[in-house]
Design a protein around this ligand. Sequence first.
Ligand SMILES: Nc1ncnc2c1ncn2[C@@H]1O[C@H](COP(=O)(O)OP(=O)(O)OP(=O)(O)O)[C@@H](O)[C@H]1O
Length: 451
Amino acid sequence: MSTQRTLLEVRDLEKHFSMTRGVLKDEIGRVKAVDGISFEIAEGETFGIVGESGCGKSTAARTILRLEDPTDGTVRFDGQDITEYDSTELKRFRREAQMIFQDPDSSFDPRMSVGESLAEPLIVHGMTDRERRRSIIEKLLVRVGLQADDIDRYPHEFSGGQKQRIGLARALVLNPRLLVADEPVSALDVSVQAEILELMEDLQDEFGLSILLISHNLGVVRHICDRVGVMYLGELVEVGPTEELFSDPEHPYTRALISAIPSADLSDRGDRVRLKGDVPDPSDPPRGCRFHTRCPEVVPPEGYDLEQRTWRSLLDFTQRVEEGMDLEAVYDLLHPEEALEDRDVPERLPTSDVEAALRSEYDLADDIGDPDADAVFERAVERLASGDPEDARETLASEFTTVCRRATPELERVGPDHRTACHLADGHQQLDGRPADTDGPEADRLDRPAE
Ligand SMILES: Nc1ncnc2c1ncn2[C@@H]1O[C@H](COP(=O)(O)OP(=O)(O)OP(=O)(O)O)[C@@H](O)[C@H]1O
């Protein structure tokens, strides 16, 4: 990490959105968009936050700039807690911390010339001298690769890349110390993305800026960030120096994101990890490690000898049964073509048919390699076929249990400046972690069923 002093310090930041119902606006839940993230950015440093869509990156950025009020946690800028700022301090902060957005088109008023748009922040912050404003803006336009006389042109006269250059000029016109860039190049042609990123790097050096870069694109983050935080479902799961994180990723989510980067080298295709499904609902995140429902490296249950792929399938099946796989759902699996109104579900279904359908659905071989695990699976299948999903659920939950569901891994050090929140990482292997905060069927472990 940079030896420069810290400019931005984010501690345990949370932003939850209330979900309400009816005219009385009763709260029926909370979207935990940002759920306890901590990191810092040094002066002159570029820190990237990366993750799939919906994992909370933009909300984090907006909350850090106090465009949203945090639910909990602190954001310190130059040592001061911005959540405590009064309106005067907030105005000064808004000068020192600027943002650029993904879509340069929608961030400009089409009726205002470039000069008028860029003069606005100067006027708001008290620069009354028109000539001085014009001179500052012209110099900045040249600095971002445009021409001084572009000052009198209108947004529609520029390409996307040029508009993002103007966006950068507008962000820098007040000489800020922090630039928050939310997907600054994802709306641009690939050919101009690198130009804009290089411009940002040059401007950073020249203006001594700290940058918080938000992107779903790991290539973009790798290009210009000194350090990276990987975000999943409102939490940071790994934070480390960029090259170390890319060459030696510690979290399975980071590994999956890196392996999904399109590579010219087709020979490595076999190693690609494909993450199944979308990011789960942030109003009801999975307990334990939030990534365990999609993790390709989820820790297997003790006492079984299973290949990772088989274990992942068994856990997917367990999760599905827990979510409420009943006799009707099993029937639908056996009769996918049957219309809903023609459905006549009997009290029990042939166990062998159910077993074959479920093995096919979850890609489980006839012999999964461990007779004990097979016995658990078969018992669950038999209970499902008999219309007793509760027993199936309890059997699976008590047997196919994993530390990844039982305990929440903390972000712990795996290198001098590298931290990860994964039970697999060094220091997590004692399988402790924080207990998951919801009681579930695993809370009361059942005895292993008779074999
Ligand atoms: N004002 C809001 N009210 C309710 N939920 C919100 C609000 N803003 C964001 N969310 C939810 O919070 C979660 C995180 O959204 P956010 O936009 O921060 O994610 P993101 O990682 O930036 O994704 P994207 O790149 O798609 O914008 C999402 O589930 C989103 O629907």
